[in-house]
Design a protein around this ligand. Structure first.
Ligand code: SF4
Length: 393
């Protein structure tokens, strides 16, 4: 079951909720390559639970990759699935099983829970789930080189009204580069430990995908579907200088085209390796850069355990400004700890946030104040145009 808010692949509010789930794609590819053929339903491809319920009859097993922000639809889907198929089995894994095991254990409908990575265990688990304990530790690949190339045609299709601009099985344009967009992972796990993120506490470390494999996959996708730009989904693309140098050397030479791409970095390493950063921007078309600056205050940066300083941030901003005017720096993250990592509407757990204020803000109560001084700008809140929103921001 592909998970997300109801209707995200029918009438989405924006492009990001249409992105495909790489965990689902990888695990489904592994299952199919091992002779276990699955059907795929999606909570995003329906607009009501009734619609989903109609599609569930007759199945013996439900498999879900649950992230914290998809926990509510996952719980609901599990309950409906068991109601329709009382003798079925439900297997659940994903990040939420690792960071909030107790919440998954409380859902009686879920029969087997896998913590950690699933790629080296999923085939055995699906073949014989009852041979496993209710909670089982997953097994991760040692290197991303061991992963098969995702068969992107195993991802859910959007509703037909979205098909023209979606570019399935590639993905829609989101303002960071031309369509069709390829989302791609080249590395797993950022080694830093910012308090609000710290993914290395719940994802096993593994070796980066070899540069040649990344380029081969891009060229294959280009031959088959035509590629417009790339979103490198890595939490931290700008790490491992040896890999980055090989990327600088090979991507411009071996890729069918030097497609522009989005990727993320940190300001301390930009300051540490400015030549590599500059070469990436100039020679590999890294033209949409996300740097998690987080704060301009050393005190706050220390509180966040960011391990970057104001000086690192200033250096990086200056370097990017020198490199050109065509960059968008866009990364915002929230304080995250074990008891406040939920991120879905109505789940107002983050300590210190005045949610009442944000509700009033969204209801337009402060529009006059927010828009003060923008009289000369042609801003129409109803158009939801990206440029207009940027002007307002
Ligand atoms: S916020 Fe960025 S630098 Fe910090 S741990 Fe997460 S991905 Fe790494």
């Amino acid at each position: 079951m592909d998970l997300g808010d109801l209707g995200d692949l029918v009438t989405p509010n924006g492009p990001h909720e249409q992105w495909q789930d790489h965990g689902l794609g990888l695990l489904r590819t592994i299952l199919h390559q091992n002779g276990i053929v699955t059907d795929l339903l999606s909570t995003r491809a329906v607009t009501s639970w009734r619609q989903l319920k109609k599609q569930l009859a007759g199945y013996k097993m439900l498999i879900m990759n649950i992230r914290s922000y998809t926990f509510p639809p996952a719980r609901k889907a599990a309950q409906i699935f068991k109601e329709v198929n009382p003798n079925s089995l439900i297997l659940a894994g994903g990040m939420h099983a690792t960071v909030a095991l107790e919440e998954l254990k409380e859902i009686a409908e879920i029969d087997r829970i896998v913590q950690g990575a699933g790629e080296e265990i999923i085939v055995d688990l699906v073949k014989d789930p009852l041979a496993f304990e209710r909670v089982t530790m997953g097994v991760s690949s040692k290197s991303m080189a061991d992963w098969p190339m995702i068969d992107r045609e195993l991802w859910p299709k959007p509703h037909k009204r979205l098909q023209q601009n979606f570019n399935w099985p590639l993905e829609p344009e989101c303002g960071w580069g031309p369509a069709p967009v390829v989302t791609m992972l080249t590395s797993r796990v950022c080694p830093w430990q910012c308090v609000f993120c710290n993914e290395n506490s719940y994802i096993a470390n593994m070796r980066r995908r070899p540069v040649e494999m990344v380029i081969d996959e891009l060229n294959y996708l280009d031959r088959k579907y035509g590629v417009g730009s790339i979103v490198i989904h890595d939490s931290m693309f700008f790490q491992n200088p040896k890999w980055l140098e090989e990327w600088i050397e090979k991507y411009p030479r071996k890729a069918n085209k030097i497609w522009p791409y989005w990727a993320a970095g940190r300001s301390d390493t930009v300051r540490q390796w400015p030549e590599i950063f500059t070469a990436l921007v100039k020679e590999t078309n890294w033209n949409t850069i996300s740097i998690g600056l987080e704060s301009g205050s050393d005190r706050i940066l220390r509180l966040l355990n960011k391990e970057c300083t104001e000086e690192d941030n200033d250096f990086t901003i200056d370097l990017i400004n020198q490199l050109g005017d065509d960059f968008l720096i866009a990364e915002g993250k929230s304080l995250m700890a074990k008891d406040n990592y939920h991120r879905f509407p109505g789940d107002e757990k983050v300590k210190g946030v005045d949610y009442q204020f944000y509700r009033e803000l969204l209801a337009g109560q402060y529009d006059d104040e927010v828009n003060k001084g923008l009289d000369g700008v042609n801003y129409h809140p109803d158009t939801q145009s990206y440029e207009d929103a940027l002007v307002k921001a």
